[in-house]
Design a binder for this molecule. Structure first.
Ligand SMILES: Cc1cc2nc3c(=O)[nH]c(=O)nc-3n(C[C@H](O)[C@H](O)[C@H](O)COP(=O)(O)OP(=O)(O)OC[C@H]3O[C@@H](n4cnc5c(N)ncnc54)[C@H](O)[C@@H]3O)c2cc1C
Length: 510
């Protein structure tokens, strides 16, 4: 093991949240910050920067490349991508930049995450963004991320918006704001035709600071605890040697909703019986670590095209809507995103040319887990989102497929529509659509919730994002969400990280 070097703050994971934390904390030149990332800083085939090429990144080393465990309610094991390398998932994601509806954050506060309702998080959501052209009351105007709706959106997707209006859905003023329901063009993390990841917006501008050190190709495999305090971490460098680093003030975990609970459990922090069964010494029992996993399950309605669909210039998914599965739900719980290519689960056959209406459940009732497969840090964890474990989720998605079909058959799409190919016109009643949804279940790649904020026994961090029962350890990433928000998750993670940086900066020793 190499000699221990000490920094004031050690941030683990250079994804969306870790990039924000490292950049914000190192604005204070009196503190030293180390950011440690498991992956590298490559751009495979230039696809990282080129928005329409993002799906190709899933087949590269920029994706950890994992799948869920075989799902009890679908019978399938489902690819669940997460980013690896500078920028993390923000470097390989689909670049949709939208908050969840405000009701989803208010549900956090109602569930015990005091101070984490929408109005309280809003200043931090705004701090991350420059959303010029949007209402300055709701949207930030001078943050590091420049966000805007698609430049010259695809005509098939704008016709999908017309079709949604024809089907009776309202037009949203700003569907990225968290204040609207209905359909519209969300903001995208694309600037001048190129992706803007968290590394682009936050890390690269901070690169010249003498108090910020960034280490890549360095997976952290243990958080070090002495008595009741976190004192640093252990990682492997590119040569495979173990390196110990100390944290004089805090370690902040930003390894994501899969990586953070994985690392905690490897370090002996988590559900006692599971750790023992895996051969890990229990350092700090905390039953909530790795529990409460939520994700947005997705399935598609795919149409063949009656005329050529122009090649995508943006992220392929430039228009979407937030809607309710029935009059009885008290908040929007479904999203339909329009996509300018055929997109369907691997077991199905789609058209060569076409477009897709992707339906996704925004407020699932199902919860799953992240667990250790073994004590070996190089083994992927067991990821079990338990899609459709709660029967209400399938019923809501059936309603979503029906809504997508209503939009898909509206006259605004007459000149584009060949025929519905997936699931196909023979899939009609609730049981048939339900069977399709199980077979076609895909992940929207939005895992959250595995180290949730709260004060009850199952909570992992308190409202200050401090790990319950230990000193010197905070978590700031998608894992702290008490429940999944009704929007693509990246914008929310930026807000959480901005708030985490402010919480650290408010401590007396900063
Ligand atoms: C393919 C894909 C498409 C998506 N599309 C969208 C979209 O269009 N819009 C949207 O809002 N959201 C999207 N998301 C989700 C969104 O990007 C994530 O919710 C968000 O980036 C999560 O941020 P995070 O900081 O929690 O984790 P991440 O950004 O995943 O960062 C975690 C980082 O920690 C590193 N790490 C993990 N373990 C260790 C370890 N032991 N040691 C060191 N480093 C470690 C990882 O390599 C990674 O870089 C998508 C995600 C994916 C994967």
């Amino acid at each position: 093991m190499t000699q221990t070097v000490e920094y004031d703050y050690v941030v683990v994971g250079a994804g969306t949240a870790g990039s924000v934390l490292a950049a914000r904390l190192s604005e204070n030149s009196r503190v030293s910050v180390l950011l440690i990332e498991a992956g590298g800083d490559d751009d495979p085939g230039g696809a990282l920067s080129l928005p329409p090429a993002w799906p190709t990144l899933l087949g590269t080393g920029r994706n950890w490349g994992e799948r869920t465990t075989e799902q009890a309610f679908t019978g399938t094991s489902i690819p669940l991508a997460r980013g690896r390398g500078l920028g993390g998932s923000s470097a390989i994601n689909a670049m949709v930049f939208t908050r969840g509806h405000r009701s989803a954050y208010d549900a956090w506060a109602d569930a015990g995450a005091k101070g984490w309702g929408f109005d309280e998080l809003l200043p931090y959501l705004k701090r991350s963004e420059s959303a010029h052209g949007r209402d300055a009351g709701a949207r930030g105007q001078d943050g590091p991320l420049r966000t805007a709706p698609a430049h010259r959106p695809s005509p098939v997707l704008t016709d999908c918006l017309e079709a949604a209006a024809e089907a009776g859905f309202p037009r949203a003023r700003d569907i990225s704001s968290g204040l609207d329901e209905g359909f519209g063009l969300p903001d995208l993390s694309i600037v001048g035709g190129r992706r803007q990841s968290a590394a682009d917006a936050y890390l690269r501008p901070a690169a010249g600071r003498g108090n910020l050190t960034v280490v890549t190709d360095a997976p952290v495999h243990r958080v070090r605890i002495t008595a009741d305090r976190c004192t640093g971490v252990l990682y492997r460098d590119a040569q495979g040697d173990e390196v110990a680093v100390g944290a004089a003030r805090e370690v902040i975990l930003a390894a994501g909703a899969i990586g953070t609970p994985h690392l905690l459990m490897l370090s002996g922090i988590g559900p006692e019986a599971h750790l023992r069964a895996t051969g890990i010494d229990v350092v700090h029992p905390l039953p909530g670590v790795g529990a409460n996993l939520q994700d947005h399950v997705m399935a598609s309605v795919v149409y063949s095209a009656a005329r050529p669909v122009p090649a995508g210039r943006n992220n392929h998914g430039e228009a979407l809507g937030l809607l309710r599965s029935s009059d009885r739900v008290d908040a929007p719980d479904l999203q339909i995103i329009f996509v300018d290519v055929p997109q369907y689960a691997g077991a199905f056959t789609g058209p060569g040319e076409g477009y897709t209406l992707n339906v996704s459940l925004m407020r699932p009732h199902s919860h799953g887990t992240v667990r250790l497969a073994s004590a070996d840090p190089t083994d992927s964890p067991l990821i079990d989102p338990r899609y459709y474990a709660d029967a209400r989720d399938l019923a809501a998605m059936v309603a979503g497929v029906r809504a997508a079909r209503t939009i898909g058959s509206a006259s605004a799409l007459d000149t584009w529509r060949g025929a519905e190919v997936v699931p196909g016109p023979e899939v009609n009643d609730d049981a048939e659509i339900g069977a399709y949804l199980r077979a076609a279940a895909a992940s929207y790649f939005h895992p959250v919730g595995t180290c949730r904020i709260g004060t009850d026994e199952g909570a992992v961090v308190d409202e200050q994002l401090k790990l319950r029962g230990l000193r010197g350890l905070r978590i700031a990433d998608a894992s702290v969400m008490p429940s999944i928000v009704s929007g693509n998750t990246n914008a929310t993670v930026y807000g959480i990280a901005e708030r985490a940086a402010a919480l650290v900066a408010a401590s007396t020793d900063f």
